[in-house]
Write a protein that binds this ligand. Structure first.
Ligand SMILES: Cc1ncc(COP(=O)(O)O)c(C=O)c1O
Ligand SMILES: [Zn+2]
Length: 474
């Protein structure tokens, strides 16, 4: 049984209980010690001693609002103005050319000069470089020149783009000597943190809303981390984790390590540029939850243009959210600068952040690039998932359904143009969230292993006048 808690003091109690029952801090009872398996503490110690650690040095930080400088550290908020801190790159550093990058291993570390460290990373070296898939049928459907799908549904190791941000955050955690690595998550981040923490031999505490999809919960618990379900929304979980990070001194990927973590999302932009043959699309549609991915896509494209690796205008960025939790979309539509938080009610649970920390910056970025934003109802999300599956052969989770549905709606509004070359960011895998679509799919026949029963099905299909020529979507 996974614990479900409601308040921060309950985290302290849980830890005390675990200390008493297990003697060591690294083998709490909520982890899955089973007869016949080595204890989780033993596994962690084993891995820890075998993981080779090179010394990366995280870069110093600077406040995006007031410009105040800050030493490298597990801190994400400016003490002067509470603005977000960002890594400071040495503008005079040597940068690789296209050929050098192309000759490097196919992971996100091939762009290491744009990631927030000096020295070579030693952990999570095999994440990144997911496929960019040409999707001509979808292009026809959207009425644009080209469409590609950036398929992070097959990201290594946990099938979402959160593997990228975690690859960066865990190297920062390790460099700061933090022994516990955790997160507040809407699901995908939980999977990624759990997998990478265990592999690196770090203790891990993962906090999620109590009502996530089974695949997201099981896909975290299987790693034997301390998984805690919190009564409340993601925003409650996030507030709790801010207190937890301070109180216990843990590295929380998207809280006190957020300044480093966010930089991992830039690698989606770098890969798109390289995979298009060192050029940029004209438009990118991406899902938004906290709003970080969208702002980092823009930063990534800008950095590659500044480095002379790609030419031409910056792509217009389009943000997508579920209609039942669309505070950034509504901010873009209103055109003012005050984000109005929402209580989430959408099947796109991975995007259900009612008070997005980077929401204002995402809206600003959308306006600056000449893009726009769109929200998708639950029904449109399901249609979007099915359309991507049937047109492109990619099974996405609701976040990808939101992206496809938003692209259709933006095309209908005339915001995508006939000469546009569009990339759709598909950020997570549908196998984690089968409940989103399972009830909407046609009933599957069960037959005896007899040819005549197959013939009967084929005849029935022909009589109904339907072949598998393509989906009918509204
Ligand atoms: C599958 C998926 N796509 C997109 C996002 C949005 O990312 P961000 O919070 O950076 O806006 C998330 C966030 O959890 C996600 O899980
Ligand atoms: Zn500041």
């Amino acid at each position: 049984m996974l614990p479900t808690i409601g308040r921060q003091s309950e985290v302290g109690n849980l830890i005390k209980r675990l200390d008493m029952t297990t003697k060591t801090k690294t083998s709490p009872a909520v982890q899955h010690d089973e007869p016949g398996l080595p204890s989780t503490a033993a596994v962690a110690a084993d891995i820890s001693s075998s993981v080779h650690r090179a010394a990366v040095r995280p870069l110093p930080l600077r406040c995006r609002n007031c410009g105040a400088s800050c030493d490298p550290g597990p801190t994400a908020i400016c003490v002067d103005c509470l603005g977000p801190l960002e890594p400071v790159y040495d503008v005079a550093r040597a940068l690789p050319d296209k050929k050098t990058i192309a000759a490097r291993p196919p992971s996100l570390w091939r762009y290491r000069e744009w990631l927030p460290f000096e020295g070579d990373a030693a952990i999570a070296l095999d994440t990144g470089f997911t496929p960019l898939i040409d999707a001509p049928a979808l292009a026809r459907r959207l009425g644009v020149a080209r469409v590609w799908v950036k398929n992070d549904a097959v990201s290594h190791p946990t099938l979402s783009f959160k593997d990228r941000v975690v690859a960066v955050a865990i190297n920062a955690a390790d460099a700061f000597g933090l022994k516990t690595f955790g997160c507040a998550s809407t699901g995908n981040l939980a999977n990624a943190v759990a997998a990478q923490a265990r592999r690196a031999g770090l203790d891990s505490w993962v906090f999620i809303p109590h009502d996530l999809e089974l695949g997201k919960v099981v896909g975290t618990a299987v790693y034997g981390v301390n998984l805690v379900r919190v009564q409340g929304t993601y925003d409650d979980v996030n507030r709790l984790c801010a207190q937890v990070a301070d109180h216990f001194g843990w590295g929380i990927a998207n809280v006190n390590l957020r300044s480093y973590y966010g930089e991992g999302s830039k690698t989606v932009a770098f890969e798109i540029a390289e995979q298009l043959g060192w050029r940029l699309p004209t438009a990118v549609v991406t899902p938004m939850a906290g709003g970080s991915l969208l702002t980092k896509l823009n930063k990534g494209f800008r950095e590659f243009r500044e480095a002379g690796l790609v030419a031409g205008s910056a792509p217009r960025l389009y943000g997508a959210q579920g209609d039942g939790c669309a505070p950034i979309v509504r901010l873009v539509e209103r055109g003012d600068s005050t984000l109005v938080p929402e209580i989430p009610r959408t099947i796109a649970k991975s995007l259900a952040i009612g008070c997005p920390p980077d929401g204002i910056y995402a809206a600003q970025t959308i306006r600056e690039t000449g893009g726009w934003a769109a929200a998708a109802s639950d029904g449109e999300i399901v249609d979007g998932i099915r359309l991507l599956a049937e047109y492109v052969g990619v099974f996405t989770e609701p976040a990808g359904g939101v992206t496809v549905a938003a692209a259709l709606s933006l095309a209908r509004q005339g915001r995508l143009h006939p000469d546009d070359e569009v990339v759709l960011c598909i950020t997570g895998n549908g196998l984690k969230t089968v409940e989103a679509v399972s009830s909407k799919l046609l009933e599957t026949p069960v037959i005896a292993a007899k040819l005549r029963e197959v013939s009967a099905l084929v005849d029935a299909k022909a009589a109904a006048g339907r072949s598998n020529s393509g989906p009918e979507f509204t």
